[in-house]
Design a protein around this ligand. Structure first.
Ligand SMILES: Cc1ncc(C[n+]2csc(CCOP(=O)(O)OP(=O)(O)O)c2C)c(N)n1
Ligand SMILES: [Mg+2]
Length: 326
């Protein structure tokens, strides 16, 4: 627990630590893709390369005692919040060292000690849970808030609308963070959603909102900090829409051939890690050598984690029953 909290706290105020965490997320996702294609990971994977700044930004702008719900595309958010490589990869590979003992898998990460309520496989399902967590924060008057991370696809789910409405009418301390990456499952947003900005929908529930460049980490941190200050000071919910892009397809082996030619290349030119690294170098907070050293440290740590997880046992079948209530 102490290690996880320390990892979380490292992000506050330290921009180099934020860069390092984004590198770690990217490296993990690349490795998961490789391990999946080699048959070492079973089930499915939903990767977040391209969206690292949203994950790290929200972790840097909130507190470990805040509650976060996230989608099945949650490896990055779990790492950003402070979960360790061993616990995330262990869960993805179904080993007992995983964050829920290997029983949940890639889509069901959970780490209450750093605020991560489960990640949810059902689109939109984390939103009412975050609203419930926010209700508990309000009743306990403990200065905590809840954060709900969801995709653009969730904006067409009933739970999205119910969650925004209830949060607004009860003035609950919740921040809604929409990762608008332009795609749902194999479908571009303009074929499913008649508005370009999901944030417009917050307006109809009288919730203030902000649209932020999700590839600019500093901008994400600032926006989510404004949103969380608003929620924490008793003004009710706030809605942040981060415009972002996932480099890969929806899941597993989806090559995303349905995307228009050239679209991915345009987004690769605005890579959140590259943008932030260049900013740090320009502002003399980092040298090229230091950046390269961070990358090789991450690589070594990841190799060690893969090795550790490979040698970890699978959970005993009877473990399943420990978590069944009835
Ligand atoms: C209620 C529900 N309907 C359908 C699905 C199948 N499904 C899984 S992910 C997904 C697309 C969601 O897209 P978005 O919310 O934009 O998130 P992204 O995958 O882009 O991060 C769909 C339709 C599901 N898991 N849950
Ligand atoms: Mg999407």
């Amino acid at each position: 627990v102490t290690d996880r909290l320390k990892r979380r706290e490292a992000l506050y105020g330290d921009r180099v630590a934020r860069l390092e965490r984004m590198l770690e997320i990217r490296a993990l996702e690349d490795r998961v893709q490789q391990l999946f294609s080699e048959g070492e990971i079973h089930g499915t994977t939903h990767l977040c390369q391209g969206q690292e700044a949203v994950a790290v930004g929200l972790a840097a702008a909130t507190l470990p005692e805040d509650w976060v719900t996230c989608t099945y595309r949650g490896h990055g958010v779990a790492l950003a919040l402070g979960e360790t490589l061993e616990a995330v990869l262990g869960e993805i590979m179904g080993r007992s060292c995983g964050s829920v003992g290997g029983l949940g898998g890639s889509m069901h990460l959970c780490s209450p000690e750093v605020g991560l309520l489960p990640t949810f496989a059902i689109v939109g399902a984390g939103m009412p849970v975050a609203v419930g967590a926010a209700l508990s924060c309000q009743m306990l008057r403990d200065n905590q808030i809840a954060v709900s991370v969801f995709g653009d696809g969730a904006a067409n789910i009933g739970a999205f609308h119910e969650s925004l409405n209830l949060a607004s009418i009860w003035k609950l301390p919740v921040v809604f963070v929409c990762e608008n990456n332009l795609y749902g499952e194999y479908t571009r947003i303009d074929r499913t959603t008649p508005v370009e900005d999901i944030a417009i929908r917050a307006h109809s529930y009288a919730i203030p909102s902000e649209i932020v460049d999700g590839q600019d980490l500093d901008a994400v941190v600032d926006a989510i900090r404004r949103a969380s200050d608003h929620a924490r000071s008793g003004h009710g919910p706030f809605f942040v829409e981060a415009k972002t892009y996932r480099y890969g397809g929806h899941s597993r082996a989806d090559k995303a051939t349905y995307r228009p030619e050239g679209e991915l290349d345009l987004w690769l030119k605005r890579d959140p890690i590259q943008i932030f690294e260049d900013n740090l170098i320009q502002e003399r907070e980092l040298s090229r050598d230091h950046a390269a050293a961070l990358m090789s440290d991450v690589s070594v740590r990841l190799d060690e984690a893969v090795n550790f997880v490979r040698h970890s046992p699978e959970p005993e079948p009877r473990e399943m029953f420990r978590h069944v209530y009835a």
